[in-house]
Design a protein around this ligand. Sequence first.
Ligand SMILES: C[S@@+](CC[C@H](N)C(=O)[O-])C[C@H]1O[C@@H](n2cnc3c(N)ncnc32)[C@H](O)[C@@H]1O
Length: 217
Amino acid sequence: MNKGHHKTDNRSLGSKIALRRWLLDKMGITDDVRVLDTCAGAGLVWSAMEEHCTIKRWTRTDIKPRKDAKLTLRMEAAVAIRSLPIHEFNVVDIDPYGEPFDAYRALLLRIRKPTAVFLTHGQQSLRVLSSISHSTLEAIGLPTAWVGPIRGMTGMLDYVKDLCLSQTWSYADVKHAGMIYHRTGGCDVHYYGFALEPYPEPVTPISPLTQKRSVTV
Ligand SMILES: C[S@@+](CC[C@H](N)C(=O)[O-])C[C@H]1O[C@@H](n2cnc3c(N)ncnc32)[C@H](O)[C@@H]1O
């Protein structure tokens, strides 16, 4: 979630709103939305959503300090998900410029109730592996030293992304899923919306997400 991507807030605001409206409607939770907005920025998405649903709680965090400091806690998304009372929210929004997978892994480990999850994944169309964070590489068992030599291996980024997303099924059933794709200014952006219903217990194998490999010999 941390490597240089576009620095323009909400160039695809319309798509984000459409995806959120669609999923909340599918889940039937438009009259009781409690959102943890982990990359809140200027809060444009959920300000606009106020016209379409009843937001009973809106907790905003962002890695960068904001002028509206009273409204937005300065906190990295994965840290917010690990430390805030996640069971009090029915929507978790992870909308950074780059990759959301550190925060998404943290969320999968914590959700216990049906939750609408929104992820934004932006990657340079050149598709160098360096746009994946070290922690994500480590979590899926790829050496971080590969970042340089793997430049240009175009399939690798998609493989990493698919691996990160497929970890969902170790923790939750996906009741509804939507995706919107944009290509703008040398960047591929995918917007995902998932209605997750967590299993009572994670399904094994839970590696490589947690790196607790259950090995039978
Ligand atoms: C596309 S903007 C988000 C726009 C926002 N969702 C809105 O409704 O206006 C991306 C925001 O994510 C924040 N961000 C990027 N990486 C982050 C991280 N790891 N944790 C928390 N916030 C992050 C940036 O500071 C920026 O404000």
